[in-house]
Write a protein that binds this ligand. Structure first.
Ligand SMILES: NC(=O)c1ccc[n+]([C@@H]2O[C@H](COP(=O)([O-])OP(=O)(O)OC[C@H]3O[C@@H](n4cnc5c(N)ncnc54)[C@H](O)[C@@H]3O)[C@@H](O)[C@H]2O)c1
Length: 262
């Protein structure tokens, strides 16, 4: 799979900022797009893909609900055939610090971000086992490997890394690969509530990024498409940061120690 002709790619969170670009990127490479989202905007989005000649279908489901996910994947499979590639992209962040994280918001973040990926992966593994191949790419976050706020979300993203490594271990014998892409900040609607409080937040965050910019949704989609393709045939269990250098080190400390201005 360098291109994705005759392949069905299931993308969760397909109506979101990164999800839409993921869908278009896989479609440009020949894939049929099975688009799942809890937001009914996914229907209009899929209509726009179909209007552009792309084979695509939509399903509305909350990935935190096993039953909704099972029904959604069954209907997508009926329309587009068995799933060859799964992109676990749906996600959201809730409370920004431990002080404001109560039991409900903790459970909600873990359910939507970690259990949701588990719910989506289980049914798809059956398809992939039957065909003897498959690729799963999960969108983690730099928050999964270091503490940057959003503690429940971050714990869920950390959990996704180990879940992915378990998938890579146990399902490699069926030709199934599993990897994580870890974005740094990307300007998408996930930030809207924070930008409302703090309109200048992206300007302030830039100083943490060695490349002097943040990633675009297309940067994330390019990395996901690579990991899902045969060009990454020997890569499984990996965590690939797509974060403009953020996780390379601690830039504030590096500036102090090197006494360089970067
Ligand atoms: N934007 C960033 O800065 C950033 C950074 C690191 C990781 N990520 C991750 O990238 C992924 C995509 O986020 P985005 O930036 O495009 O955000 P977004 O808010 O634009 O899109 C997320 C999409 O997922 C859907 N979704 C959320 N929870 C869902 C659920 N329980 N069931 C079904 N659909 C659900 C939303 O309806 C939305 O369409 C997420 O996993 C997010 O955690 C984003």
């Amino acid at each position: 799979m360098t291109g994705f002709a005759d392949k069905t790619v299931l993308i969760t969170g397909a109506a979101g900022g990164i999800g839409k670009v993921l869908s278009r990127t896989f479609a440009e490479r020949g894939a049929r797009i099975a688009a799942l989202d809890k937001n009914d905007d996914v229907v209009d989005f899929v209509n726009s893909l179909v209007a552009d000649g792309i084979q695509a279908a939509a399903a509305i489901a909350d990935i935190g609900s096993k039953d909704e996910v099972s029904a959604a994947i069954a209907s997508l499979r009926a329309e587009l055939g068995s799933i060859d590639v799964l992109v676990n992209n749906a996600g959201f962040s809730g409370a920004s610090n431990l002080e404001t994280t109560d039991e409900d918001s903790w459970r909600n973040d873990i359910n939507g971000n970690l259990n949701g990926a588990f719910n989506c992966t289980r049914p798809v593994l059956q398809d992939m086992k039957k065909s003897g191949r498959g690729a799963i790419v999960t969108i983690g976050s730099v928050n999964g490997t270091t503490a940057l706020g959003d503690p429940a979300y971050s714990a869920a993203k950390a959990g996704l890394i180990n879940y992915t490594k378990s998938l890579a271990m146990e399902y490699g014998r069926f030709g199934i690969r599993a990897n994580v892409v870890s974005p740094g900040s990307v300007r998408t609607p996930i930030w809207d509530h924070r930008i409302e409080r703090e309109p200048e937040i992206f300007k302030r965050l830039l100083k943490w990024y060695p490349l002097g910019r943040i990633a675009e949704p297309q940067d994330i989609a390019n990395a996901v498409a690579f990991l899902a393709s045969d060009q990454a045939a020997a890569i499984s269990g990996a965590v690939l940061p797509v974060d403009c250098g953020l996780s390379a080190g601690n830039i504030a400390m590096a500036r102090e120690i090197t006494q360089l201005e970067f």
